[in-house]
Design a protein around this ligand. Structure first.
Ligand SMILES: Cc1ncc(COP(=O)(O)O)c(C=O)c1O
Length: 448
């Protein structure tokens, strides 16, 4: 079928969601392999976004595909109340890679409902209702997960989202309002200011009312914000002091993305619960999970957990997850993420040194961002979070995609989230295209 006919047909009966509606150019994908995918015209794209930040092991992996085929042949479906081999084996496999003590799992369909279920669990377990999350955060698109989300994506539905969520400020150094214009503040002072602020929020909200604090350990689509030294340890101490559960949303950061299997390992801080999805199957099948500590698991042994859906623990998804983790381990992809992450860091620094439009770059493992500004001193972003995508930002992104590098931007931030199998040469290949496209942004600044 010709490309145009296929596009027309795709648009005719299907209801498309925000990520597609806000996408300036639609790509009609035909096939994918490794770090690349191809459209219907056989144009090749280097995947700098792992499609939707999830294809950690790369596209078209034969081991995962075969595991899914075998599972479909053996047993394509069982009910959520039935035992199956892949579900049993996945629990064991996950327990072997999650931080010690966080080795009991509830399966979900993806990241949003993993967070929703984490909240249900925390509320039941603590008998408290309020949840604290940060403003610069995204936790999913269902109504509960939207309520947890701090960024402007929540605003569309407000106030009709799940009640009981309170947001607080995140320690984002580049755009911190606390120390604006006061020079370089040492990490310890900076960290303490944000922890004090959190304490203050808890005091006013009432610790006896707060079930949990839920955080992305490293903020994803809101700009790869890496917490300062001591911050996560401080949040853990605050949680312990007030008898509040700590929940990490590792939906994007899990499974090697940041150079560790899970991002919590960077600080040796253990949450009580954490959620995962995306890299759990590398997108080969829909699956999420909630990991919890033993006490919480035991709490529900004689209490009904009011949750679960028809496809909870779907055997094909569980089989895909097991094979996916095997690939991550056998191909040493966590290690590759850390090593290639050093190359990514260097390439980001080179881009920053060269282009006046680059205000800041940040990365950890293969999780990076380029922040575009109009003015390096005022840090005025190319486009504000509450304004439509400025034409120049769309042109920069289009230019990159036109030259065969697929990536994602949140407003003025370009995210770099490639498959963990990427090589140094492939990273350089992508950065050469980004480098040229940023000349457009530089020229736009010059024109004023
Ligand atoms: C940090 C984080 N949490 C939750 C979600 C929601 O996951 P899903 O789209 O699988 O529902 C996402 C999706 O991008 C995410 O990045």
């Amino acid at each position: 079928m010709p490309q145009d006919d296929l596009l027309e047909l795709a648009m005719k009966h299907n209801f498309w969601t925000w990520s597609m509606q806000q996408c300036p150019s639609v790509i009609n994908v035909k096939k994918s392999q490794g770090v690349y995918f191809w459209d219907q015209d056989d144009k090749r794209y280097l995947d700098f976004n792992s499609m939707v930040m999830c294809v950690n092991i790369g596209h078209g992996n034969q081991h995962v595909k075969q595991a899914m085929i075998d599972q479909i042949n053996e047993l394509p479906f069982v009910g959520p109340h039935m035992v199956s081999k892949p579900k049993a084996l996945l629990g064991e496999k996950l327990a072997s890679i999650t931080p010690p003590g966080l080795d009991h799992f509830l399966y979900t369909l993806g990241g949003s409902d993993a967070n929703e279920n984490a909240i249900k669990i925390a509320r039941d377990y603590t008998g408290k209702v309020k949840i604290l999350t940060r403003y610069r955060s995204y936790h999913g698109a269902t109504m509960g997960a939207m309520a947890l989300t701090g960024d402007r994506r929540r605003l569309h539905w407000e106030p009709a989202v799940m009640p009981g969520v309170v947001h607080f400020l995140d320690p984002f150094r580049y755009r911190s309002v606390f120390f604006k214009g006061r020079g370089l503040v040492p990490d310890s002072v900076y960290t303490q200011a944000y922890l004090d602020n959190l304490e203050e929020v808890i005091r006013f909200e009432g610790p006896q009312k707060i079930a949990a604090i839920l955080l992305e350990p490293i903020t994803g689509t809101n700009g790869i914000i890496i917490p300062p030294e001591g911050y996560m340890k401080g949040v853990r101490e605050i949680c312990d002091h007030h008898n509040i559960l700590m929940i990490f949303d590792e939906v994007m950061t899990g499974f090697g993305r940041t150079g560790k299997m899970f991002a919590s390992e960077h600080w040796g801080v253990k949450p009580d619960i954490f959620t995962m999805a995306k890299g759990l199957t590398s997108g080969y099948a829909p699956l999420g999970a909630v990991a919890m500590k033993r006490d919480i698991f035991d709490f529900f042994k004689d209490k009904t957990f009011f949750g679960g859906m028809t496809y909870t623990g779907h055997p094909v998804s569980c089989a895909a997850a097991i094979a996916n983790i095997e690939v991550i381990q056998q191909e040493k992809l966590v290690e590759n993420s850390a090593t290639r992450g050093e190359t990514l860091k260097q390439l980001l620094q080179e881009i920053k040194a060269k282009h006046p439009c680059v205000g800041d770059v940040r990365s950890i493992g293969l999780f990076g961002v380029i922040e575009l500004v109009r003015d390096g001193l005022t840090r005025e972003p190319f486009t504000e979070p509450d304004k439509p995508l400025k034409a120049i930002m769309a042109r920069v992104k289009d230019e990159i995609i036109k030259h065969g590098v697929f990536l994602y931007n949140t407003f003025h931030m370009i995210l770099i989230i490639p498959p963990l199998i990427i090589t140094d040469d492939q990273l350089r290949e992508g950065f050469a295209v980004i480098d040229r496209a940023l000349d457009l942004a530089d020229a736009d600044i010059k024109q004023g």
